[in-house]
Design a protein around this ligand. Sequence first.
Ligand code: GDP
Ligand code: GDP
Length: 437
Amino acid sequence: MAGYTVAIVGRPNVGKSTFFNRLLEQRKAIVDDVSGVTRDRQYGIAEWNGKTFNVIDTGGFVPKSNDVFEQEIKKQVLIALEEADALVFMTDTATGITDLDEAMADVLRRTTKPVYLVVNKVDNNQRLLEATEFYGLGFENIFFLSAISGSGTGEVLDAITEKISEDRYAEDEGEGVPKFAIIGQPNVGKSSLLNALVGQERTIVSDIAGTTRDTIHTHYNMFQKEFILIDTAGIRRKQKVEEDLEFYSVIRAIKALDEADVCLLVLDAQKGITAQDLSIFSLAARKGKGIVILVNKWDLVEKQTNTARDYEKLLKERLAPFTDVPVLFISAKEKTRIFKAIEIGLEVVENRKRKVTTSQLNDTMLKAIAAYHPPVVRGNPVSIKYVTQLPTVVPSFAFFCNYPDDIKAPYRNYLENKLREQFNFKGVPVRIFFRKK
Ligand code: GDP
Ligand code: GDP
């Protein structure tokens, strides 16, 4: 599935993050049933009219110091223009049109991608009258709203989702050649890993300044299996500057994730897992992608008997609650366990396709339920009668019961753990739904 990515651009304090949080809000109820969920500050998944898309708040990537920031913001806009499918250009009616708004509008008017000019803080009719000056910026799609109250957001969402074609969601049936995305922070060793797998040096830096290529897909054949590696490392901007690197690598990672079946999340053993890694991890989980964690540069770590075991334990504490994930200690430099990484990745692909028969499910899960009943809520004993796996790409299970709303997270987690004990879903997020019988 190719994802659709919308970037929110605009100068500071116009209300980007308020609007961003509002977009993600609609989805909250839906994502709660996926393990490993945390909210992100910078990007997330929005849902409207049954369509989902990635949203990125570019403001989250701009350092809030005054000296560099005009330039910084313009850079973010350029990257967003290149990488996103659509842009929300936020402005603020309380301040009116500023020079920076004009400068951004100049850049944004030149794109052929959809740009939605959002005039924010239109909290009342007086403000609406004032806001008409924004027609002067010359955008066809203009929306007046109040991100704080939420009024007017529906119209923008209608317009955005209208452009997203249905075929973006034609879920491939998990068939075809498995696709792995190699994702990780800069310098963790993604390109080294790729090169080690390919067995030859590849030129990774695009030599035309400022150009970007789309994600590079490379076909492989190993262990009699075919697979595709999606390379995010190979796509680098020449003369990249430290500041835009994070935004750039995040937006790339999100796109690669959408295309992949399994995410190979590469960490630097000496640095450990970063907040950004955890965000990518949770995004991958929410998107229902398989995950393998590769702790690279293991050659640099001084090892004693239990070093790997202790490392994994600490790592999993950070990953909780979704800890049923393979962790491998590799060295791209010394080519240690790099083929194992692919082998495990292929196993995760199989786990993700696993279909458990209804009778097997009921045999085991009803026993687990009998051994530990859902807690009684408001005096109502909750009883689960029947379990079935849904015919979806991401393993999903429906538990039919009398009071679906009364089953809370701890019991849901109990059921997930039981499922994982009985059936091999290692590296795979599973979805659990409670339905009225
Ligand atoms: P960002 O820097 O563009 O991400 O802006 P924020 O989302 O942090 O918002 C900046 C300020 O504007 C905050 O104090 C918000 O509460 C306020 N704000 C955001 N949306 C609205 C709105 O619709 N109406 C009003 N009156 N204030 C808003
Ligand atoms: P990328 O930005 O994630 O693609 O990282 P690179 O593949 O460019 O690697 C960054 C640096 O880490 C380079 O200097 C590599 O030689 C080094 N490196 C990569 N993998 C390993 C490893 O397994 N062990 C050691 N010691 N160094 C590594």
